[in-house]
Design a protein around this ligand. Structure first.
Ligand SMILES: [Zn+2]
Length: 341
């Protein structure tokens, strides 16, 4: 199993976001990716630099104007809002109608729906190469690899068609899933990050070529809030092609694995030719954003069950924060998946 990673992905260095109205240390730190890369190297994985696919495949799933906004957003913020302390929007339009404001503060609020995606001087190269990493893993599978791992960071699964939120800018997994359609007519995206894949759901909600399934606690009580309910199953051509497996806060491995089995069964029924996994390790009991209680053995069992689907598989890194078991859990999942193929 090859892995892909580019050190430019470390360039996004958010300091804080607002949680419960308080400035809170930002958990999505570059050290996460360094820890995961070092784990890969220690376990004999080949870690390659991604190829450059340009912005075309990113714009295939996102509004092109949204993609372009980030290329110079931080420079604009510095030049146009010198009184600003942090590249965090504090005004949001609610209903977006009319046009993107010329003012950088207004534009940031237009394209970013919360405070968790601060712009730093090298945020753009980080999110660009995070997407290229996902595309390189997809290409590896399209060229015949059984499984490939994109160490994407910053993560992507909360990023919607035209707005950032939840630490996410470009939706790496959705970009990879759409890219795989160049080889297979039907692709599934399975999201096992503990948070609702609200961005992926937004992107594929009206489509029948990508089946989307996410496992996460009830959005009514856990922070994605606005999408991920069990009765949200797709619309139009996409009716029946979205599945939300809703857990409860504090659920243990039996509940998580049962939800995973239901998701796998639904994907098998759909008949996907290839699979993308939005792979978060924040289902860990000791994750700083913990909500359910999966151990290293549980992550290994998840890997075994997903590998047994026997599909060409692109693993895309999502969440999983600097808790005591992050390295152990990632190692358990990825080495088990490799050994099962
Ligand atoms: Zn997460």
């Amino acid at each position: 199993m090859k892995a892909f990673f580019d050190t430019r992905q470390l360039g996004h260095t958010p300091e804080i976001y607002y949680r419960g109205g308080a400035p809170t240390p930002h958990p999505e730190q570059p050290e996460r990716a360094i820890l995961l890369r070092d784990m890969l190297l220690a376990n004999g994985f080949a870690v390659e630099a991604p190829q450059d696919f340009g912005t075309g495949p990113i714009k295939a799933v996102h509004d092109p104007a949204y993609v372009d906004f980030f290329t110079d957003a931080h420079a604009r913020f510095v030049a146009e809002a010198p009184e600003g302390a942090l590249g965090i929007p504090t005004r949001h339009p609610g209903t977006r109608r009319g046009r993107v404001p010329r003012d950088i503060n207004g534009a940031m609020g237009w394209w970013m729906t919360d405070t968790s995606t601060p712009l730093t001087p090298t945020t753009y190269p980080a999110i660009y190469w995070s997407a290229q990493t996902a595309l390189s893993a997809a290409r590896d599978v399209m060229q015949g690899a059984r499984v490939s791992y994109g160490l994407s960071r910053p993560p992507g699964h909360h990023a919607m068609q035209d707005c950032a939120n939840g630490f996410c800018f470009y939706n790496n997994a959705a970009i990879a899933a759409h890219h795989l359609l160049g080889t297979w007519p039907r692709v599934a995206l399975l999201d096992v990050d503990v948070h609702s894949g609200n961005g992926s759901m937004d992107i594929f909600y009206g489509r029948s070529d990508v089946f989307f399934c996410s496992l996460h606690p009830d959005p009514a009580v856990y922070p994605t809030f606005y999408l991920g309910y069990a009765d949200e199953t797709g619309e139009g051509d996409g009716a029946g092609f979205t599945r939300n497996e809703v857990l409860q806060m504090g659920d243990g491995e039996p509940e998580v694995l049962a939800a995973l089995d239901r998701g796998i069964a639904a994907i098998n029924t759909f008949g996907a030719g290839a699979l993308v996994v939005s792979l978060g390790f924040d289902m860990a009991a000791d994750d700083p954003l913990a909500a359910v209680q999966v151990t290293a053995d549980g992550f290994a069992e998840m890997a075994r069950r997903i590998a047994a689907m026997n599909l060409p598989t692109v693993l895309i890194q999502e969440g999983g924060y600097l808790g005591p078991s992050l390295r152990t859990n990632a190692e358990a999942f990825l080495t088990t998946f490799r050994d099962a193929c």
